[in-house]
Design a protein around this ligand. Structure first.
Ligand code: GLC
Ligand code: CA
Length: 559
């Protein structure tokens, strides 16, 4: 496999709105990110992905862009962005932006022009159709945030436009070459500015199976998930290959796709040596337990499920490419609240989850707050919920017959707000995030969970992440950590997640006792060195290691 500049690095996702507010308006900003660049240098992070900061009505928190060439004034100015790029560059930190091109905002000039003249050139930038005479819809697809994907075109009651996400996010028509050229031009403009690449939003959706047609309804609302259409859609790779040639490849850009529902045989074309992207996120774990009926019906994730999903993903990409590994992002609940059973939600358990995920083969992507173990926030009423997805899921749960309290409980488990509460910098008011009123309330636990306390504590989760990142870069072990084969170890042993990372010179054994009771594990060879231990105990004898509840170890073993 060809070696790439990004392989050995650790990446980190910033959710700018909740990162650090420097002007007291309660909204995180670019100046806040600039101020904290040394923090990332100290932590060892070398790639930063910024969730969208473009001009936007923020109907979906910036994933609805009204000007791809502008910075939303709430986040700062283009001068701030330029400064961020140069200051980051000086520290050896690469900046990625979010590329949101399945759709734009309904406030984007393209859509406004389409509304003025649907028959004109901008009408062809979107999917606009005549409303069927019988009042039906062109097809029964359900939008990701609830209801039909079709809404009346403003000013034209006889026409409908397509939006796979919110009605304020009209889908761009990728079949139109003019649209594609506009997008490539914009991507090049940013890469020329010094951006190192992009995280690529919702990209599988750009290819629609046409003509529009119904699929069997999968809920009582008579609509169906977009998945059925995607399974029939072919050709997304051709669009992406064209974009890669037009923009990514000439810049040697790093690109991480948000890809769901890809076709198995397309994997090499996505992330193989001549793939359209550098990498893509592994979402297998995030999909565990998910019900087609809605969040209210989701099942808990067990350690065995987690282990099986991680190993299956590793197997899929073996010999193909690199995945981006995550335990959470801005669309997911906090990993420690989601993957750890209640009795494991303490520092030792959090370190175990951190280590098991971080040491997988691939590129680790930390999400803001993960490094201090931030947890889900419980809302007491649906009125406290900001996330449009969670608000829809609340209605879905009510419609399914749940009471308001049960519906709220479901929303609290999965709401995207969980990951979007302000970063907990310290124990002062509003966790040091703002002098004003935060746009989303700070998690009440900020006095116990905050960065400043963890930086002082050598046994903190934060220091553990720092050690993991350092190990990934250590001259002795980097080769095994980054490129070593991943071989599951004692796979059948319940609630033990263990694997070898076999490098050219070194072999590491990663062990996690994913339960509240001790267990022992057979060793594949003599222990040369304990590289990381989340507890103080370490007992190995007669070819076995004793694992305390929630113990996590990285051992160098003889091969
Ligand atoms: C992606 C984003 C999510 C957004 C959606 C629509 O899944 O991560 O936050 O709502 O796309 O752009
Ligand atoms: Ca601000």
């Amino acid at each position: 496999m060809e070696k790439k500049w990004w392989h050995g690095k650790t990446a980190y996702q910033i959710y700018p709105k909740s990162f650090l507010d420097t002007n007291g308006d309660g909204i995180g900003d670019l100046r806040g990110i600039i101020r904290k660049l040394d923090y990332f240098k100290d932590l060892g992070v070398e790639i930063l992905w910024l969730s969208p900061i473009y001009c936007s009505p923020l109907a979906d928190q910036g994933y609805d862009i009204s000007d791809y060439y502008g910075i939303d004034p709430r986040f700062g100015t283009m001068e701030d962005m330029d400064e961020l790029l140069s200051q980051a560059g000086r520290r050896g930190i690469h900046i990625l932006m979010d590329l949101v091109v399945n759709h734009c905002s309904d406030e984007h000039p393209w859509f406004q022009a389409a509304c003025r003249d649907p028959e004109g050139p901008y009408g062809r930038y979107f999917y606009i159709v005549d409303r069927p005479a019988d009042g039906s819809l062109p097809c029964n697809w359900r939008s990701a945030f609830g209801g039909s994907v079709w809404s009346p075109l403003p000013g034209h009651p006889d026409k409908l436009y397509l939006h796979i996400f919110h009605r304020k996010q009209p889908d761009l028509n990728w079949e139109n070459p003019e649209v594609r050229q506009e997008i490539y031009k914009m991507v090049n403009w940013w890469l020329d500015k010094g951006l190192s690449g992009f995280r690529i939003d919702a990209i599988i959706n750009i290819k629609k199976h046409l003509p529009f047609e119904n699929y069997p309804a999968d809920r009582a609302d008579g609509l169906c998930s977009i998945e059925y259409m995607l399974a029939n859609a072919h050709g997304v790779i051709d669009f992406l290959d064209e974009m890669a040639d037009a923009a990514f490849r000439p810049h040697d850009a790093f690109t991480a796709g948000e890809v769901f529902h890809e076709k198995e045989e397309e994997l090499p074309r996505f992330i193989g040596d001549r793939g359209v992207f550098s990498s893509m996120f592994d979402f297998a774990e995030t999909l565990l337990g998910q019900s087609p009926l809605g969040w209210y019906d989701n099942k808990p994730v067990t350690p065995e499920m987690y282990k099986a999903a991680c190993f299956a993903s590793q197997k899929r990409v073996e010999g193909v490419g690199f995945l981006c590994n995550i335990i959470e992002n801005h669309d997911e609940p906090r990993g420690v609240s989601h993957y750890l059973p209640p009795e494991g939600r303490h520092t030792a358990g959090k370190k175990l989850l951190a280590g098991l995920n971080f040491m997988l083969r691939g590129l680790p992507f930390l999400y803001q707050g993960q490094e201090i173990g931030m947890e889900n926030r419980r809302c007491r009423s649906i009125d406290e919920v900001d996330d449009i997805s969670a608000r829809d899921e609340y209605q879905v749960a009510l419609a399914a017959g749940l009471g308001p309290e049960e519906a709220l409980a479901a929303v609290n488990r999965f709401s995207r707000d969980n990951a979007r509460t302000p970063f907990q910098w310290d124990g002062t008011e509003n966790a040091g995030f703002t002098d004003g009123t935060p746009w989303l309330p700070v998690n009440e636990n900020y006095r116990e969970i905050n960065l400043s306390a963890q930086m002082e504590d050598p046994d903190s989760l934060w220091n553990f992440y720092r050690a993991l990142i350092a190990l990934r870069k250590s001259p002795t072990y980097a080769e095994a950590v980054v490129y070593g084969d991943l071989i599951p170890w004692l796979r059948e042993q319940e609630n033990l997640m263990a694997y070898l990372r076999k490098g050219e010179e070194k072999t590491l054994l990663v062990l996690g006792n994913f339960q509240n009771a001790a267990q022992t594990a057979v060793l594949p060879g003599a222990v040369r060195k304990v590289l990381l231990n989340n507890l103080h105990e370490f007992t190995a004898e007669a070819g076995r290691v004793q694992l305390e509840p929630w113990q996590f170890l990285i051992l160098e073993v003889a091969r």
